[in-house]
Design a protein around this ligand. Structure first.
Ligand SMILES: [Zn+2]
Ligand SMILES: [Zn+2]
Length: 254
């Protein structure tokens, strides 16, 4: 059995849980200690239930809460050397360094990392598998590479960044420099880019699509869901958005 959930997702903090059989990993933690513990509780989990924390990159909305959570509960943290180098308060005794190109295993979970273009030191994203099913995760990427498509094709569940609507970003309140960063090739995926990714990969096995890292300023769930549904040729009610505050309740892969 595989399942996943979000503690929360958005520019104020990201964290997801992915589980296969008895193994449970937290992906990123951009929430403070007490906040993270409360969000875990909402999913009927406690930090003691986590076998590992995986980190995608050093930005605060992903890494900000990892050190305290890992230290408090003695949870090993897996990340790339570049992310580690950019991490000031790393709990070195708990750190396991990975290559963003090499598959590794944590108990019942097989994990394939892959590099993404984002303005961090050595960012990577992950595809999780129990040997039969595949759960692909992608956030914080400014563009889509052929390698990313190869990694995310034929997944049973996808957790994909739909960060912004390009027009809302352009006409919105962000300063010009931030607009350029978010919309740039090492920034964040727009709705159109994310939908384009979906149309270009094999989605025939896809049973769950969770839209993540939506901007509260430059996007709306309605816009993102409509484009995702159009790309997949399905109705929007089949899809879900991970919310900044409410996260996303467990989704189980049958
Ligand atoms: Zn982020
Ligand atoms: Zn980032």
């Amino acid at each position: 059995m595989m399942r996943f959930a979000y503690l929360g997702s958005g520019s104020k903090g990201n964290s997801a849980v992915i589980e296969a059989d008895g193994t449970r990993v937290l992906l990123d933690c951009g929430f403070g200690l007490r906040d993270a513990e409360m969000r875990l509780q909402r999913l009927d989990l406690s930090a003691a239930d986590l076998d590992a924390i995986l980190v995608t990159h050093e930005h605060d909305d992903h890494l900000g809460g990892v050190a305290r959570l890992a230290r408090r509960h003695q949870i090993p943290v897996w990340l790339t050397g570049g992310t580690l180098a950019a991490w000031r308060d790393a709990p070195l005794e708990l750190v396991r360094c990975i290559s963003p190109h090499e598959r590794f295993v944590i108990d019942d979970l097989q994990i394939q990392p892959y590099p993404v273009p984002h303005d961090a030191h050595e960012p990577c994203q992950y595809v999780f598998s129990d040997g039969a099913r595949r759960v692909g995760v992608l956030s914080d990427a400014g563009s889509v590479t052929p390698h990313m498509r190869e990694m995310l094709t034929a997944c049973d569940a996808l957790l994909i960044e739909f960060n912004h609507d390009a027009e809302m970003l352009q006409n919105g309140p962000y300063p010009e420099s931030l607009k350029r960063r978010v919309g740039g090739s090492r920034g964040h995926l727009s709705n159109v880019q994310a939908a384009g990714l979906l149309s270009s990969i094999d989605c025939s096995r896809l049973r769950h699509l969770a839209l993540a890292h939506l901007s509260t300023t430059n996007n709306t769930p309605q816009l993102a869901l409509a484009l995702a549904a159009e790309a997949l040729g399905c109705t929007p009610d089949w899809l879900v958005c991970a919310d900044q505050d409410a996260g996303l309740d467990w989704r189980q892969l049958s």
